[in-house]
Design a protein around this ligand. Sequence first.
Ligand SMILES: C[S@@+](CC[C@H](N)C(=O)[O-])C[C@H]1O[C@@H](n2cnc3c(N)ncnc32)[C@H](O)[C@@H]1O
Length: 434
Amino acid sequence: MSDSPFTRYSKYPNTKDDLILSEGQLVNKRTKAPLLTIDGLPWLLNNPDLSLAKWRQQLRQFVDAHLIEIQKLENTKAALPSTRKRMDKTLEALRYNHAAFEALLSPILQMDGKYPEHLNLQFDLPKVHAYFQNIFRDWHWDTDENQKHLDFVVDSLGDVKFDRLFVFGAGAGRLSYDLHRRLQLTETIVSDINPLLALVADRSFQGTPLGLYDVPDAPLNLEQVAYRSQPTSIAKVDGLHTALCDISDNAFRSEKLQTILTPWLIDVVNHPLETLLFQCHRLLEKGGYWVNFGPLGYSDRYSTQSYRSEEIKELADQFGFKLVASKQAILPYMQSPVTQSGRTEPVQCLVFEKCSDHQFRWREHQPPIWITNIDEPIQLTSALQQKLEVAKTQYEILAAVDGKISINELAQMMAEHYQMSEDDAVESLLSFLG
Ligand SMILES: C[S@@+](CC[C@H](N)C(=O)[O-])C[C@H]1O[C@@H](n2cnc3c(N)ncnc32)[C@H](O)[C@@H]1O
């Protein structure tokens, strides 16, 4: 590597020292410590050791979940020949995918980390397998869904022109790749918090997309149960770079980016929109653009944070952004060509220009005093109180697991204890223990 955009845009996480290239490697300019990279992808997440430990644990569970299913299927007796066929097909697919993921993720899974996994006390871990289907939609399915998303974004941009793009929450990366080619961008940095998706994206950008079996959720017949899904042929293009980033990361230089795209992100991300706006404002050059594309399908629609377009515009205005283009459409979403399952979603694309160079302070999100000064007593704020309640409940559930109790039995206890319906208890147990 003789040049890297990360020396221009990024800093060394936590220490915020400059990054330089030394003998082809990104290193801390002051300490010469190498930047953590995974298969060449810069790991720009805050607290790299801790975030790596967190992801390694999650990825291990994700890969091992295949093994558990494989063992279950191997021990299943099938009465009907067609049921045996279904089991065998699924087994073949799971074995193949297991080996593919083990190989793809080996740079993380085999890495030693400083943090023992049980000390990883982060509560709000994004799930590895969330948006797993995006891999197939982006790089395998022969449908026009990606094309429609691309056309809509390009159309929404109107007269807005740029040649460098930074994408937060790019997922498996297809839209970023397509935009890079269609707009003939000189440089596109494609980032996501999830290493599985970032590695899949990068493989495709290199022209070698990951081969996998598609195992649909609700196949109608044996044909659809599992099929070897050939990735579409992808040309390697120059100027695309992949990195691991959280939208709240501090490892970026201010006012260096020309355009930031947040595709299908703001309604699922675990940070308030203010955090994203603060970041976009800080990172963009004056006159740069924030392009937000996607639906507004928040999980808690009654939350004050579940902003609709009017509120997004008002908030963006407070952060010195002016709306310069916008469009709405109904687009296909995850429409599998095999099972014909999928939905349509109302989406919008809002294009904002950064018009002010006022330096905002991160008011609402200043870390509390006991974080900046670790000798200060920690206050039990309502947010920490809530974590405590969640942890207590999780502890009680896990402590009741004795190798004999079933989800239904646990749900009955939970329903009684927490005065909730058994259906709700089953649902929350399935998501917690699943
Ligand atoms: C709904 S998916 C959209 C993926 C992709 N943009 C697309 O349109 O197909 C949301 C993406 O945001 C990523 N994400 C979630 N929280 C994030 C965070 N805090 N920082 C960066 N990316 C995040 C997820 O890993 C996921 O890839």
